[in-house]
Structures are given as structure tokens and as C-alpha cells.
Design a protein around this ligand. Structure first.
Ligand code: AMP
Ligand code: MG
Length: 330
């Protein structure tokens, strides 16, 4: 009898332990791609999945570091190179999004970024003649991908800063799934990608930063999707009373001045969300809304220069804000 009771207690304890591990949170912070990355996963394989994800992020970082002679991007930018299938695929996607956005997203923006000092942090305002010369090299049409061989022509140089983090978070999701993790979330700078729902079944709540400072200007509820924000406030410098930020209009070679402070794109495809957040920031509200109407697979939150928010109708139900906002119809 005593034995039986002990067995019962043990079974109950094991069941409780079982419940605990099902929802147990594991997290890791990784520094890669010049970004603090926070990864969270739940459940019994979470620790293994996070360890693999961390390794993958470090490996992607090594491949894509444009300033590092041993990186795949450096080798491509030196003329051409056979690269890993992941890098070739990422570049193929970058070119495709370049085409579909009419060049608002251009993965060959590197010579212009360099000119403004965005790589080393030695910020400066270049002359128009320097900008014109750098712009001659900017054209995604100067990049060719043949299998896994990527080459550049006419002095073009690749910069994947506008899409790489989205792609990296998508890779982390794959690793989570391979390990049977069904609930998790990663935040790579302004890039958030959620897997499934929260362990309790609720959707994930993602805050959109107030572009003017502390706190946030709205929240989005998502399930199994990415929410990626591009904002002029994220990297910038000031000279002579002017503010210059890191999102460049490939038409002018200068910080995009399109009437928006930030653009958040929601999509199940984090790489698409990342590239489009950059492209729609360049396009601004009017052209960006037009692009949203003509294409599909994503929703948008625009924060305009006068702090008005515009949300596309497909994600409006999941959006909350104390700020004034308008819903954009199809
Ligand atoms: P994001 O923060 O995702 O908007 O990306 C900004 C980064 O993408 C910059 O730091 C550059 O590396 C790169 N970039 C800037 N302007 C463009 C552009 N028009 N198209 C593609 N990449 C860009
Ligand atoms: Mg982006």
C-alpha cells in the first residue's frame, strides 16, 4: 500500500515535470551582423534548437560580412565567386525584390553607403559629384547569379544589410521546426519573427517603436509571422542642422526623404518583410500603398513625418494604438 502511494506520488511528480518542460522558456542573446539578437524558444528541444540557431547565425554573419576578406560577399565584390547555396539564394531574392519594387530596394547600394561613412562610422556629407560617381555603380542589374556562382559588373558591390536579418530569422525558424519546437520568437534588431503562438495559445504582441524616442506608438498581434521595422531613427548622424540616416534612395544617393519616419511590414516571409520595409520606406506612403495594392503577401504600418499612422486593412484588426491612425483599403 505504502509502495502504491509512493508510485502515485512519483507519477504525479513526473507528469508535473512533463508539463513544466512543455512550456519551459529558454533564451539566448547572440551578437552578430552588428546587432544584438535575442532568441527565445519553448519546450523540451528548445535548448538544442537555440544552440544550433546560434551557430547558424554566427556562420551567416561570417559569410555576409562585406568588410572581411574571407567572407563570401567580399569575394563576390572582388568580381565573382562560387558561394554557398544560402548566399546565392539570398542574392537571387534581393535581385527579384529589386525588380518588383522598381529599384527602391537595391542590393548594390554599397558604394553610396560607403561614401556617407555608414560602414566605418566616419560620417561625412559627400559632394554631389562624388554621389553621382558612386551612383553609376548602383544597379541590381549588374549582379548575375548562375547556380551558386555570383558575379558583379561595372564596379557594383553588394550590401545585404536591408535583407540579411530577415533571412537569418527565417533560418532560425527552420532550425526551430527541425527540432520540433512549435513556439518561439526572435528579435534581430528591428526584425521580429514569431513561430506559432505563445505557449499558452495567445498570439504574440509586437511593439512598434515610437520613432521620436522612448516607448512605442502601437502594437501588432501576430502568429507565425514576421514584423520588421525600418526607421530613419535607427542609424543616423547630424551635420549642419541636417539629419542623415542609413536608408538610401537609390535614385538620389541620399537618405530617403519620403515623408515617413518608419515602415513596419508584416509577412510570413521574414526576408520579404525585411527587404520591403526598406523599399517601402524609400517609396513613402503613396507609392508604398500603391505597391501594397498591386502585390500581396504582406501588411504595412506607416508612421508619417507628422506622426500619423496608416495601417493596411489586412492587418488593421491586429493593430492597437493611442495615436491617431487611418486604415488603408485595397
Ligand atoms: P533596414 O534597416 O532593413 O531598412 O536596412 C537598411 C540597410 O540596408 C542599410 O544599413 C544598408 O546596409 C542597406 N540599404 C540602405 N538603403 C537601401 C536600399 N535602398 N536598398 C537596399 N538596401 C539598402
Ligand atoms: Mg530591411
Amino acid at each position: 500500500m505504502k509502495h502504491k502511494r509512493l508510485l502515485c506520488c512519483l507519477t504525479a511528480a513526473l507528469l508535473l515535470a512533463g508539463c513544466g518542460t512543455a512550456d519551459e522558456e529558454h533564451s539566448v542573446v547572440v551578437y552578430a551582423m552588428d546587432t544584438v539578437m535575442e532568441l527565445k524558444a519553448y519546450g523540451k528541444n528548445a535548448e538544442t534548437a537555440l544552440r544550433q540557431a546560434e551557430k547558424e547565425l554566427m556562420s551567416l554573419d561570417e559569410k555576409l560580412r562585406r568588410g572581411d576578406e574571407s567572407s563570401e560577399i567580399y569575394k563576390i565584390n572582388s568580381g565573382g565567386a562560387e558561394v554557398s547555396p544560402e548566399t546565392a539564394e539570398l542574392i537571387r531574392r534581393g535581385i527579384e525584390i529589386g525588380r518588383s519594387t522598381g529599384g527602391a530596394f537595391d542590393l548594390t547600394i554599397a558604394p553610396v553607403m560607403d561614401l556617407w561613412g555608414f560602414y566605418g562610422g566616419n560620417y561625412r556629407v559627400p559632394d554631389q559629384s562624388e554621389i553621382d560617381r558612386a551612383l553609376e555603380k548602383v544597379d541590381y542589374g549588374n549582379v548575375s547569379v548562375d547556380g551558386n556562382y555570383v558575379s558583379v559588373n561595372n564596379g557594383a558591390e553588394i550590401d545585404l544589410g536591408g535583407i540579411a536579418k530577415g533571412c537569418a530569422s527565417e533560418r532560425v525558424m527552420e532550425i526551430f521546426r527541425e527540432n520540433s519546437v512549435t513556439s518561439g520568437i526572435v528579435s534581430l534588431g528591428g526584425n521580429v519573427r514569431a513561430l506559432g503562438n505563445k505557449p499558452g495559445g495567445e498570439k504574440w504582441k509586437i511593439a512598434i517603436q515610437n520613432p521620436d524616442g522612448e516607448g512605442y506608438c502601437g502594437t501588432l498581434e501576430v502568429s507565425d509571422a514576421a514584423a520588421v521595422t525600418s526607421g530613419g531613427y535607427q542609424r543616423k548622424f547630424e551635420r549642419g542642422g541636417e539629419t542623415y540616416h542609413h536608408i538610401i534612395d537609390p535614385e538620389t544617393g541620399r537618405s530617403a526623404k519620403s515623408g515617413v519616419k518608419s515602415v513596419t511590414v508584416v509577412s510570413a516571409d521574414a526576408a520579404l518583410a525585411d527587404a520591403l520595409s526598406t523599399a517601402l520606406f524609400v517609396m513613402g506612403l503613396e507609392k508604398g500603398t500603391q505597391y501594397w495594392r498591386e502585390t500581396g503577401g504582406f501588411g504595412v504600418v506607416f508612421v508619417s513625418d507628422n506622426n500619423k499612422i496608416y495601417v493596411t486593412e489586412d492587418i488593421a484588426d491586429s493593430f492597437r494604438s493611442d495615436w491617431e491612425f487611418e486604415v488603408l483599403q485595397r
